[in-house]
Design a protein around this ligand. Structure first.
Ligand SMILES: *[C@@H]1O[C@H](CO)[C@@H](O)[C@H](O)[C@H]1NC(C)=O
Ligand SMILES: *[C@@H]1O[C@H](CO)[C@@H](O)[C@H](O)[C@H]1NC(C)=O
Length: 598
């Protein structure tokens, strides 16, 4: 047993080491000697309006410099490949600081099939992506030109000019200019050419990524306005919660003071007790039921455990990204996310195990299994469906088998054991119920209340305010994800996440208070649903965004859009739901601590 454990630990550390090497390995030192070979990598092509529908560069029948020679592939990191990148060396001869006049790459004659493919690509506004020294450059494959009769003809660009700026031994900036359009028609003879110009610049290497950040887009007035707006909401809500807490608790303190005084006088008789309880209504009446174990305890424990894990995960990833400027590297954020998920599994297990044990659940192994696989399982199911579609379309978005295995191994050998350890520790350290009130044997009936005090109405209303506090940022996040902008304001995102946390917590407390006042003691799932419904509104917003703000078309892109959005919304639902549940649990415990329950 011990050997087995040691072996799995070794295997796990090997996987981690390989991945880490992989991440670091793609890092060159970015320094060149004069006349040193500079590689130009071709990455992907795809219709401009469908950012996930990407294909290998040679999916279009571009001719190659050396068709015989097998082109070198760059060894991508995990995140890079999962995001659908595949860098292939273009084999173009580019020497550092050496000016190159227009040079022929290759010539080709278009046959019927190639002409069709190019024409279709140009009509769908295909763009391509190249990398030089890890700096991306983009260009369109061709353009449509109208002739006098109003007929549109497809023209393909046949020459590329690279303007490279250097500072000492480092490349700072690369511009690509495409030119020389030639009409696409069967039988046309195309000659592809390229040229390279070098110029010196004073911009330091550390600032070379700045040109990819769209300052005018992100530093928009509306951005700050939304932040101030959300802040106001936070102030208002925290005020509301403070008032509720004061009201509920103050009465109790007053009564305690009075009964203490009565006791001193020796006048604590049955009648005054009766009066105390007779006055009570609302939440105090259900003190014998609020600590009843929730329905579907296993699922609740798994969801809350995963959600708390996601809270820590998001904070960790955002902080790491701020610290390491990860947004400058292809796929690094995704890699960081996956690795951080595996390592935070411990937290998920700990919270879920403790919660389950506090309610005296008996199937803790099943709960642990569900906790470990809830979120990864759902994401994997979606990713599997998307991958099947991508394979069917021969898209670059299809993930190679080895990388799927790497992710599965990470889950199996690190995430799962950590979740198990977390559960065991959580059951032992975090499982004392110490509820202020004992649970009555027979559940009380729940009185009928108007519709707006029913759990579903509270759930539906609960998500509105948290959604309101993040929806402007959602626009920026969505736009950078689906519209080729680099999202770089992670400090801002951190603030928004914190605001979301505060608003969710406050709203859940207020909602739980109303629910308990309606003498409904099924607060656990209501609190979870109330805060998780934020993500339902985000999903509605994503539909609106899809229809009105993007020009995506086709089955492929629609599936990818809604697949990724669903993964995001599932994560958000778990994250918010768990926060709401934790807040409500703390609130319930606090208010019943001062209630006389017998
Ligand atoms: C426009 O193009 C179509 C197909 O290429 C052709 O059949 C048609 O005659 C053209 N129209 C004119 C006005 O040239
Ligand atoms: C690249 O293009 C930008 C904007 O057009 C220009 O400011 C910059 O000087 C160009 N860089 C080189 C190396 O030509």
């Amino acid at each position: 047993m011990a050997r087995l454990r040691a072996e799995s630990f070794l295997l796990a550390s090997t996987v981690v080491a390989l991945l880490a090497l992989n991440v670091l390995g793609s890092e060159k030192n970015h320094k060149y000697a004069d006349k040193e070979q500079v590689s130009l990598w071709v990455n992907k092509v795809g219709p401009y309006n469908n950012p996930q529908e990407t294909y290998n560069y040679y999916y279009l029948p571009f001719c190659k410099l050396n068709p015989k020679q097998r082109a070198e592939h760059s060894w991508g990191g995990l995140g890079e490949v999962l995001q659908g990148n595949e860098l292939i060396n273009s084999q173009l001869d580019i020497k550092y600081k050496e000016k190159l006049e227009s040079t022929r790459i290759c010539t080709m004659t278009l046959d019927e099939r190639k002409a069709d493919i190019f024409e279709d690509a140009i009509r769908r506004q295909y763009w391509f992506e190249l990398f030089m020294d890890d700096l991306p450059v983009w260009g369109f494959v061709g353009e449509l030109k109208k002739d006098d009769t109003g007929n549109e003809t497809a023209y393909i660009y046949t020459s590329k000019r690279f303007d490279v700026a250097y500072n000492g031994d480092r490349i700072i900036q690369v511009n690509l200019t495409t030119a020389d359009p030639v009409p696409v028609a069967p039988g046309a003879k195309l000659e592809f050419r390229y040229s390279v110009e070098w110029s010196a610049t004073k911009t330091p290497f550390s600032r070379r990524f700045e040109r990819y950040l769209d300052y005018t887009f992100f530093e928009h007035k509306i951005h700050w306005f939304s932040l101030v707006n959300s802040f106001m909401m936070v102030l208002f809500l925290t005020g509301l919660v403070a008032i509720i807490l004061m009201r509920t608790l103050r009465k109790d303190y007053a009564r305690y003071a009075r009964s203490a005084a009565d006791a001193l006088d020796g006048a604590l008789d049955a009648e005054s007790l009766e009066r105390d309880f007779g006055e009570e209504s609302g939440w105090k009446l259900v003190h014998g039921d609020v600590f009843r174990p929730p329905r579907q305890l296993t699922l609740l424990a798994a969801a809350v455990g995963t959600g708390v894990q996601l809270v820590f995960l998001c904070l960790a990833v955002i902080l790491l990204t701020i610290a390491g400027s990860f947004f400058e590297e292809r796929g690094t954020i995704l890699t960081c996310f996956i690795i951080a998920y595996t390592f935070t599994s411990f937290i998920g297990g700990y919270v879920s195990g403790g919660l389950y044990a506090r309610h005296e659940g008996r199937h803790w192994i099943r709960t642990m299994l569900i906790t470990a696989s809830l979120f990864p399982g759902m994401c994997f199911a979606i990713a599997f469906a998307l991958n099947t579609i991508a394979i069917f379309y021969h898209s670059l978005a299809a993930v190679p088998f080895a990388y799927i295995m790497a992710v599965l191994l990470l889950w199996g050998f690190i995430s799962f054991p950590l979740c198990l350890i977390g559960t065991v520790i959580g059951r032992n350290w975090n499982s004392i119920p110490n509820y202020p009130c004992r649970v009555k044997r027979i559940p009380s009936p729940i009185p009928g209340k108007p519709w707006y005090l029913r759990p579903w109405a509270i759930c539906a209303a609960g998500g509105l305010l948290p959604f309101g506090s993040i929806f402007i940022e959602m626009y920026f996040v969505f736009t950078s994800f689906w519209n080729y902008k680099v999202y770089y304001i992670y400090g801002f995102l951190l603030l928004v996440v914190l605001i979301l946390c505060v608003v969710t917590v406050c709203v859940t407390i207020v909602g739980t208070y109303f629910l308990l006042n309606a003498e409904n003691y099924h607060w656990q799932w209501t609190a979870f649903g109330m805060s998780a419904s934020t993500s339902f509104y985000v999903f509605l917003y994503s539909v609106h965004y899809f229809l009105l703000k993007t020009k995506m078309t086709g089955f492929f892109q629609t599936c990818f859009y809604f697949g990724y959005t669903s993964m995001f919304c599932l994560g958000l639902a778990l994250l918010c739901g768990a926060m709401g549940y934790m807040a409500a649990a703390a609130f319930v415990r606090t208010i019943y601590r001062n209630v006389k329950c017998d």
